[in-house]
Ligand binder design. Sequence first.
Ligand code: ATP
Length: 379
Amino acid sequence: MASKKLRRTGVSLEVCERLKRHQIESCQDLLSLTPLEVMRLAGQSYQQVLILLQSVSKACAPSMTTALEVWKQRADLCFSTSLPALDRLLQGGLPRGTLTEVTGPSGCGKSQVCMMLSVLATLPKYMGGLDSGVIYIDTEAAFSAERLVEIAQSRFPDYFCEKERVLEMAGRVHLFQELTCQDVLDRLERLEEDIISSKAGLVILDSVASVVRKEYDTTLPGNLSHRSNLLGQEAATLKYLAQAFHIPVVLTNQITTHVGDRGERGAASFRGASDERDSGYVTAALGNTWSHSVNTRLIVQYVDAHQRQIVIAKSPVAPFAVLNYTVQKEGIRLEGNDDNQEVLHQGTDPGLQPIRVRTGFNYNLTQANPAAVGRLKRL
Ligand SMILES: Nc1ncnc2c1ncn2[C@@H]1O[C@H](COP(=O)(O)OP(=O)(O)OP(=O)(O)O)[C@@H](O)[C@H]1O
């Protein structure tokens, strides 16, 4: 909440403008100053500054609520994925006000999930949508407007049979292509205004990993801590935006395999050790610290060239579970019909067992067995 912009705290425009000239834009910037410094920069009297500091502190302090109030608002806490079995497990869908990460190997369907969610967010509320805009930050130049329209028309053919509705939907998805770490960070820092102006009910960052991995060779001294700082800033800003606007924020991340590298071990990595020639371990790209920043983690993985799986690997409300899916014209389709989508595994973590780990298109990342998914949970 400390990253809340001063303009959104009721501080007068004149004072905001004066402070902005000295790069004081957020509550944190202001509250890091002494009253005397604020007097000088804002041109206010001592009494006015004390009132200003008090009101800004109040505006950014997290407010207390009761479990009862949260319970009463529960219908408004989630964003439906339109995948009934996944929604049921997640107790309604993707949680609003928090970060959800979709992690998986290349080509597994992470961007497909993002484009599908974008369509869903624009739908009217009676269809399970948010009737809102979408901010889509594309760091891989992977977004396709044609694919967005194809998903919309194939998933909701009756609704999108009218051209005007397709145009309206596409016009509500606001795309930003940011291809460097600095551009992503700058965009996130300006996102508050973009969310307000585009009436966004969903923010997507696809992907958080690609630019970071391109620019930071973590084998070089100092890069790891720079990367952690950058990711920490990104996570804090996204968390603030999710909470302040009570919207779901969806990020994609990648999975890396370290073949034969025994140097990096920890809670965020695991080893596939059934065959020495294949030995390696799969790690959620961006490491442990980032791993802890997301609230819900869905891992997508290959079963074979056609069939894939979604694993609910981390959630404050859902049990650990695995669902089969395929990518179709209409986006993500779970196996089985809507009322009877098969949950392959659900329940407690079955423990850390050695498994064979492959991330390529032609391989199984894991077998659909409890031991394998148990290991994925540790990402
Ligand atoms: N029109 C379509 N119909 C069916 N499947 C499609 C269609 N378009 C894309 N796909 C599937 O989506 C997959 C690509 O998914 P996506 O681009 O979401 O991957 P990704 O996980 O984001 O990969 P990366 O991490 O490399 O960006 C393709 O392998 C293909 O199987």
